[in-house]
Design a protein around this ligand. Structure first.
Ligand code: PLP
Length: 287
């Protein structure tokens, strides 16, 4: 869905604004089409939301697409409504598109009501919604994504999907139907369980000497600050894998502004999380 949306709009030389650290596909695909990359840093001091000061500087008549992802992979940060509104106002009178990747919209904590960019119906003629079912219905092995686009680009999307995908496997479509038509309380239960895990992992990570970890409001990732170890994120991620047997990602896998951070997924049992933290603590204390 992301590739198709970007391929239907972008051409060589177009400017693309996107979050960094962010889901790597945005930067890779924009680079593949020869676009001018305009990353907006997601900074810890800004609760890992889009830095609006930098956005204001980067946004211009040359901007062809703004990519938003809230809640964010890898930081779990959620963009506040006022920032979304400012972006909607900025694009209203421009030729710029917004692709809003709302993959984690169902995974929100602290009773937060979801601030969706797709709620701005007045600019639907230049907004593309990207979403999918692999997170909400926990079917990552049977992943199936979708887009909602304005009519004026339907033909291009249809053309691209026909030749890229052909057709989506029928059994995964039936699985999604079951998910959509079935009781929704299991999603609520899953998210409450994620919230308990988030509370636990954030509090335990903050007990590790040298680690500082924010409390993200969405998705199922934490993005702890590990700058005090004076090692690159990549080095530390490899060290933790080899020494502790815990697989996690370095922040730079999500772009250059991810340096100094690790991304840890807590989409696993409470027992596994506790064991992983115990092993990480043992390895980190040796540094
Ligand atoms: C922000 C974001 N968008 C899109 C995707 C793609 O999801 P999938 O391949 O599971 O459909 C992911 C997967 O990790 C993601 O984190």
């Amino acid at each position: 869905a992301i590739f198709t949306a970007m391929a239907s709009i972008l051409e060589k030389g177009d400017e693309v604004i996107y979050p960094n650290p962010g889901f790597p596909t945005y930067e890779t695909v924009a680079g593949f089409f020869g676009c001018v990359l305009k990353p907006v840093p997601l900074l810890e001091e800004n609760s890992f939301s889009f830095n609006m000061k930098i956005f204001r500087k980067l946004f211009s008549k040359r901007t062809k697409m703004i990519i938003l992802n809230s809640p964010s992979n890898p930081t779990g940060g959620v963009m506040p409504q006022k920032d979304l509104l400012e972006i909607a106002e900025a694009v209203k009178n421009s030729d710029c598109w917004v692709m809003t990747d709302e993959m984690y919209s169902s995974t929100l904590y602290d009773n937060l009501k979801y601030p969706s960019f797709y709620a701005f119906k007045k600019i639907h003629d230049k907004t593309i919604l990207v979403d999918g079912f692999s997170k909400t219905f926990s079917m990552t092995g049977w992943r199936i994504g979708y887009l909602s686009v304005p009519e004026r680009i339907i033909d291009k999307i249809d053309y691209l999907l026909t030749h890229l995908v052909g057709c989506t496997a029928t059994f995964t479509q039936y699985a999604v139907l079951e998910g959509l038509n079935g009781p929704q309380d299991s999603i609520h239960k899953m998210v409450r369980e994620f919230e308990k895990r988030r509370n636990f992992i954030v509090s335990e990570m903050n007990k590790i000497k040298g680690v500082r970890c924010q409390n993200p409001q969405g998705a199922f990732y934490i993005f702890p600050n590990i700058k005090s170890f004076a090692k690159s994120s990549k080095w530390l991620a490899d060290y933790i894998l080899e020494k502790a047997g815990v697989a996690l990602l370095d922040g730079t896998s999500f772009g250059k502004f991810g340096e100094g951070y690790l991304r840890i997924s807590y989409a696993t049992s409470m027992e596994n999380i506790a064991e992983g933290i115990r092993k990480m603590k043992k390895a980190l204390v040796l540094l």
